[in-house]
Design a protein around this ligand. Structure first.
Ligand code: PAF
Length: 297
C-alpha cells in the first residue's frame, strides 16, 4: 500500500522538503493505466465498519482503490467540532492495509487551501434544508473538497455512504451539473447491532449519551413499523417517532422528505419515495440518521 502525505501531516509544523501532496498525487495518477477502473473513497478518517463497507464495495468494483483521509476545515464552522473530531491515523492505516487499499492520500490544509484560496462551490437548492439550516456553511465545504478530490484523482467511481443522505444527494447533483465524469456509488448505511448508525463521532459519546442516542434509530424504526402497518398520515408517523425519542436528546429536526430532492413532504399523506431524516444532539455530539420507506409496502 502506497501512502502520500505521511511526511506532510497537519501536525508537522515544518513542511518537509518533499514535493507536496498535490504534485505527488498527480504523478501517481499519471502512472495508472488508462484502462483501469479507479475507485475513490473520500473520508475524514477515524474509520469504522461503515467506511470499511465503502472500501470493500470499491474493492469489488474497481481495479485500484484510493482512500483519502482529511478532516476538511471548510466544512466546519467556528465553534463546531473540527478540533475534537476523532483522529486515529495509525489504526486507519492498518485497516486500510488489511482491506487491500492501494493508495492512502493524507490531505493537509497547507497544500489544499494555500494563502489566497478564494473559490466556492455551492449547490444552494439542496443545501439549504435539513442539516443545511443549522450548518449553512457545511455543504459548500463538502462540495469544495470533493470536487478538488475528483479533479486530482479523476476517479472512475467514488463511494459515499447513505448515512449522509443529504451529502450524497448534493454530490450527485454537483457531478451532474458540472459534467464530472466520476460515477457516484451510494452504499447503504451501516448500523451497530443495537441499531445505532455508525459514525466516527460515536466514540465521543458517554455511555449515558450513547444509550440516549439509540432512541434516534428507535424513532426511525417506529415510523418504519407504522408505515409497514399501512399508516401514511405524516402527523401520525411523526408523532410515533417523537414518542420513541429520549427526552434527553436535543432534537434538531425529524422530517419526512422526498428521497430524490429531500424536499419536505407537503401533503397530509406521505406518498412516493419517502425518506425520514433526523438530526439531534446527545450531549455535545451531533448525530444524524435516516431511513428509507420507499420500498416498504
Ligand atoms: O463524509 C465525509 O466524511 C466527508 O464529508 C467527506 C465526503 C470525506 C468530505 O470531507
Amino acid at each position: 500500500m502506497q501512502i502520500i502525505g505521511a511526511d506532510q501531516r497537519e501536525s508537522e509544523k515544518t513542511p518537509s522538503p518533499s514535493a507536496g501532496i498535490v504534485t505527488e498525487l498527480r504523478k501517481w495518477r499519471k502512472s495508472q493505466d488508462s484502462d483501469k477502473v479507479i475507485g475513490l473513497v473520500p473520508t475524514m478518517g477515524a474509520l469504522h465498519e461503515g467506511h470499511l463497507s465503502l472500501i470493500r464495495q470499491a474493492r469489488r468494483e474497481c481495479d485500484v482503490v484510493a482512500l483519502t483521509i482529511f478532516v476538511n476545515p471548510t466544512q466546519f464552522a467556528p465553534g463546531e467540532d473540527l478540533d475534537s473530531y476523532p483522529r486515529t491515523l495509525d489504526t486507519d492505516l492498518q485497516l486500510a492495509q488489511k482491506e487491500g487499499v492501494d493508495l492512502v492520500w493524507l490531505g493537509n490544509s497547507r497544500d489544499l487551501y494555500p494563502t489566497g484560496f478564494a473559490t466556492r462551490v455551492e449547490v444552494p437548492a439542496l443545501s439549504d434544508r435539513l442539516c443545511g439550516k443549522s450548518r449553512p456553511h457545511h455543504f459548500g465545504g463538502v462540495c469544495l473538497i470533493v470536487l478538488k478530490l475528483f479533479q486530482l484523482f479523476q476517479p472512475t467511481k467514488a463511494f459515499f455512504g447513505e448515512k449522509d443522505l443529504q451529502q450524497v444527494t448534493i454530490i450527485e447533483r454537483m457531478v451532474a451539473d458540472l459534467h464530472v465524469e466520476t460515477e457516484i456509488v451510494r452504499c447503504p448505511l451501516v448500523r451497530e447491532d443495537d441499531g445505532l448508525a455508525l459514525s466516527s463521532r460515536n466514540v465521543r459519546l458517554t455511555p449515558e449519551d450513547r444509550q440516549r442516542a439509540l432512541s434516534l434509530s428507535k424513532a426511525l424504526f417506529a415510523i418504519e413499523a407504522s408505515w409497514r402497518g399501512g399508516e401514511r398520515k405524516v402527523q401520525t408517523l411523526v408523532e410515533g417517532a417523537f414518542e420513541a425519542l429520549d427526552p434527553g436528546m436535543e432534537l434538531e429536526y425529524l422530517e419526512l422528505v422526498d428521497r430524490n430532492d429531500l424536499s419536505p413532504i407537503e401533503g397530509e399523506e406521505a406518498t412516493g419515495d419517502v425518506a425520514v431524516c433526523v438530526a439531534a444532539r446527545a450531549g455535545d455530539v451531533r448525530l444524524i440518521d435516516n431511513i428509507t420507506l420507499e420500498f416498504l409496502s
